[in-house]
Design a protein around this ligand. Structure first.
Ligand code: AMP
Ligand code: MG
Length: 530
């Protein structure tokens, strides 16, 4: 690991802070106040390039998340839609903002890219929310920055809406994630494979600090920035670690690994595929970030890949645990000089933490899958029980989400299994006769386990209903909402958001959102669309 670190350092290239020339946005109206504090902007200068967003032609408010705004202590009562659109397009700069583009690098599909950074995003600033948590407010699609390389710094409407839907759905599902505060149409076309309507998306994050942010300073041997960044992360995300302890940065590394171990277990139990787990798309806060080509599976398939750019299947569903660990090994390399002891001792300590990641992740996954099956805690034989079930789902091409939701209603031998077995008639299903036999066998054994472990069936059922969502953001629904919005109709997007806001409730008005796609509705490929 240390050898690799040294060879990586040979890539060293010092960045030059270049500043874009652009029209300056006007100031915020008194009616919308964002109480920025801007701790990130107080880090060493090499951490960012300060610059304002580039205004767009005709900002139009598509959606503003008032609930989240309230949580962020944003006062917007007297603000009109056009005030809100002006601010969250980057056309009007909030008074206390200190806008900047963050520097970072990262391994993309296993290859180190020594300079990435916010090429189409600008951090307006950070603030302390009603819970005392520091949160970032970032515009995406707000124009070119010194990190834009060949890009235009803009975002099409489709990916902005996609991120809005997916991150808010993840939040409602109970998974740590960045959030959506606003989406504003820009009134400008964005040229991709074709001209598309442009938009600016406002992302809220516990922070935008990534594994790649640490890598950036390690590569440049900028030890001052590296340590300042680590101190900032300790204070911001891991305040319970003793900041006077000699091994505080090793503890920090270990705590980051634990959060990622839990996070990826959550993804897996929901059938979520991130799609682009590059080290620049992995936060140190433990939130899911970067909803590009991500997708939820319909029919269960361990090797499932949706992303059009993931041709080797590096970020397939079943690879996500191992990739998480690989990314964290890159973080260890970047943080190595901060760990106590000599290089060999640091490498040994980091290796132990990385091995623990596998254990913690495995336990978190078994615990989460156990909850889905109604078990309060994991017991001997559960791993085999879960694996056997997943194998059955894969063999039969069964819908992952619907299967677990319908399983909640057949915990007792006397309950009718026909709703669950009806899944075998869906278009994706294979080998239905053999599947039916095998499923009955698995169900009988599972029900027996439940009876032995939990005498009260209502406890089992409420545990299962809280662990198995009825509604996930299915790809065909997301695609449908985006297509309608591109044609000027936002009602499909709004209805989908309403359905996804209560994923564990089975409300009759949202019943259709539970259904998997018909063959002609299937989405086979997802795109970054950046
Ligand atoms: P992502 O695919 O979102 O993880 O982005 C990878 C890198 O490409 C980041 O440095 C982005 O800022 C940059 N990037 C993506 N799209 C654009 C764009 N339209 N203009 C400039 N930079 C971009
Ligand atoms: Mg990214």
């Amino acid at each position: 690991m240390a050898t690799l670190l040294i060879s990586l350092l040979c890539w060293c290239q010092r960045t030059r802070n270049r500043f874009c020339s652009m029209t300056t946005p006007t100031e915020t109206p008194a009616s919308l106040i964002i109480p920025f504090d801007n701790a990130y902007a107080r880090l060493p200068e090499s951490c960012f390039a300060k610059l304002a967003p580039t205004p767009v032609q005709t900002p139009g408010l598509i959606r503003f998340n008032t609930e989240l705004a309230t949580e962020l202590r944003i006062s917007f009562d007297d603000a009109t839609d056009s005030d809100i659109a002006a601010i969250f397009s980057g056309n009007r700069l909030p008074t206390q903002a200190d806008p900047l583009a963050m520097a970072y690098c990262g391994h993309q599909f296993g290859q180190l890219n020594p300079q990435l950074g916010d090429g189409r995003a600008i951090l307006l600033g950070d603030l302390v929310d009603v819970h005392g948590q520091r949160r970032d407010i970032q515009l995406k699609g707000s124009g070119r920055t010194p990190f834009s390389r060949g890009g235009d710094g803009r975002s099409p409407l489709g990916p902005a809406l996609r991120e809005y839907i997916l991150c808010e759905a993840m939040h409602a599902l109970g998974v740590p994630t960045t959030r959506a505060l606003a989406v504003v149409s820009s009134g400008e076309p964005v040229l991709r494979e074709r001209a598309e309507p442009g938009a600016v998306f406002t992302r809220v994050a516990a922070s935008h600090i990534r594994v790649g942010t640490f890598q950036y300073f390690a590569l440049r041997q900028d030890s001052e920035a590296l340590q300042a960044l680590a101190d900032h992360v300790l204070e911001r995300h891991y305040p319970t670690i003793d900041r006077t302890a000699d091994d505080r940065y090793l503890q920090l590394f270990s705590a980051i690994c634990q959060r990622q171990a839990q996070l990826i277990a959550q993804w897996l139990q929901l059938g979520f595929i991130h799609g682009v787990m590059n080290t620049d798309n992995m936060t140190v806060s433990g939130e899911t970030i970067d909803y590009g080509p991500c997708a939820f599976m319909d029919a269960f398939s361990a090797g499932k890949v949706f992303s059009s750019i993931d041709q080797g299947g590096r970020y397939a569903y079943q690879n996500q645990s191992a990739i998480g660990q690989w990314n964290l090994a890159r973080l260890a390399e970047a943080m190595l000089t901060l760990f106590p002891g000599d290089e060999d001792e640091s490498v040994a300590a980091a290796t132990t933490v990385l091995k623990d990641f596998a254990d913690v992740h495995g336990q978190a996954w078994q615990q989460a899958m156990g909850q889905k099956l109604g078990f309060g805690r994991v017991e001997a034989g559960d791993l085999q029980r879960i694996s056997a079930l997943l194998e059955l789902l894969e063999q039969g091409g069964l819908d992952y989400t619907l299967f677990f939701r319908r399983l909640c209603k057949v915990t007792q031998p006397e309950q009718d299994r026909s709703d669950l077995l009806a899944l075998l008639t869906l278009p994706d299903c294979r080998n239905s006769a053999a599947m039916e036999r095998n499923l009955h066998e698995w169900l009988d054994e599972w029900q027996q386990q439940l009876r032995q472990r939990e005498p009260d069936p209502t406890v089992v059922q409420s545990r299962m209903l809280a662990a198995n969502p009825a509604i996930i953001p299915r790809n065909h629904r997301v695609a449908e909402a985006i297509a309608a919005a591109e044609a000027g109709d936002y009602s499909v997007f709004e209805n989908l958001l309403a359905a996804l806001a209560q994923p564990y409730a089975e409300l009759p008005q949202f019943a259709a959102y539970q259904e998997p796609p018909q063959p002609e509705q299937r989405v086979h490929r997802t795109f970054c669309g950046t």
